[in-house]
Design a protein around this ligand. Structure first.
Ligand SMILES: NC(=O)C1=CN([C@@H]2O[C@H](COP(=O)(O)OP(=O)(O)OC[C@H]3O[C@@H](n4cnc5c(N)ncnc54)[C@H](OP(=O)(O)O)[C@@H]3O)[C@@H](O)[C@H]2O)[C@@H](O)CC1
Ligand SMILES: Nc1ncnc2c1ncn2[C@@H]1O[C@H](COP(=O)(O)OP(=O)(O)O)[C@@H](O)[C@H]1O
Ligand SMILES: [Mg+2]
Length: 279
């Protein structure tokens, strides 16, 4: 077992590239976000908004129709389609660089149908981020995983459900073994989030209890979606998103008791400007 490395600010300039002058929206990636049932619309709205604010060129959200108006009122930049429309889902998933599935998806039978539809449509060259309800449904239904570049973003209870490792025993060696079986990147979220990849394991030193509020993980999922769609080194894109998400929160927590997920994403354009590669 190789020692866990601690992330530093360097991961930002290693990852966030200077935007090429000769570019257009297609240069910066397509993200398809799937989630948000009638109850949890906020989760997919936050994930989508985080992806847009992190600079992904084109963002399409597949969600329950009740979320169309609320999402568009906040974010006219995103496109929307009903997640029960299997034909549209297959088309939009196929066209994406990164697909984010799970924020607010729920665990009812319609949610499971949507998740299976995503798994059927995804191709091996694509990045698939699996979060929230999608992780819970995989664990509860023992679903086979599709072939793709998989990223899981569980909190500790979701990781217990997926890996079978109880929260108190989630040590590096056990976590790395399950990561290898899943053949995925695993972002195990907690006060000090750990990231397991085939290129090593990393501890994120940023983060504050001011972040302990609903929607914080949905926001991270959207950021990782946006980063992986535009930055070519997948592992670094994940690491940089995790670092930035909590570093922005730390900065806000210097003078705030609680930090809202939407405040973090709204800082992203400035933060990324200040931490981009100089070349
Ligand atoms: N605005 C919206 O639309 C929002 C929608 N959301 C969406 O809701 C869906 C369900 O996701 P979920 O995370 O809320 O519920 P679930 O998977 O049952 O986990 C909670 C259970 O795990 C336990 N637990 C133990 N350790 C833990 C840890 N480190 N971190 C967290 N939990 C921990 C915890 O223990 P307790 O808090 O009781 O001590 C509790 O028993 C999902 O799709 C998500 O995207 C939310 O994002 C909120 C905003
Ligand atoms: N006490 C804490 N210190 C640092 N980070 C925290 C703390 N509590 C929560 N977080 C962060 O907030 C996020 C919570 O994710 P998650 O539980 O999936 O939230 P949600 O599903 O409500 O969006 C993770 O990124 C986690 O690291
Ligand atoms: Mg979550």
């Amino acid at each position: 077992m190789v020692a866990m490395k601690t992330l530093t600010e360097k991961i930002l300039t290693d990852t966030i590239r200077l935007r090429p002058a000769n570019s257009h929206k297609g240069t910066f990636g397509r993200v398809c976000l799937v989630g948000g049932n009638y109850q949890f619309g906020g989760a997919i709205i936050m994930a989508t908004e985080a992806s847009v604010y992190s600079g992904a060129g084109l963002n399409t959200t597949l969600t329950d129709v009740v979320n169309f108006g609320p999402l568009h009122a906040r974010l006219p930049e995103a496109m929307v389609t009903e997640f029960t429309n299997q034909k549209a889902l297959t088309q939009l998933v196929s066209a994406a660089d990164t697909v984010v599935v799970g924020p607010g998806l729920g665990v009812e039978s319609d949610s499971l149908t949507v998740l299976k539809g995503v798994f059927d449509a995804i191709r091996p060259s694509q990045t698939l981020l699996i979060d929230g309800s999608a992780i819970t449904m995989i664990a509860e239904n023992d679903l086979p995983l599709p072939t793709a570049h998989l990223i899981f973003t569980p909190h500790q209870m979701e990781w217990q459900r997926l890996s079978g490792i109880p929260i108190n025993n989630q040590e590096n060696e056990a976590n790395e073994k399950v990561r290898e079986e899943l053949d995925a990147i695993v972002v195990l979220k907690s006060h000090r989030t750990r990231i397991y990849t085939s290129e090593g394991s990393f501890m994120n030193p940023t983060g504050t209890p001011a972040q302990a509020t609903g929607g914080m993980g949905d926001t991270l999922a959207g950021m990782i979606g946006g980063f992986t769609a535009q930055f070519t080194h997948r592992e670094n894109a994940v690491l940089a998103a995790v670092y930035a998400h909590s570093d922005i929160a730390d900065n806000l927590a210097d003078h705030q008791y609680v930090v809202l997920p939407t405040q973090i994403m709204h800082q992203l354009p400035t933060y990324m400007h200040d931490h981009q590669s100089k070349r």
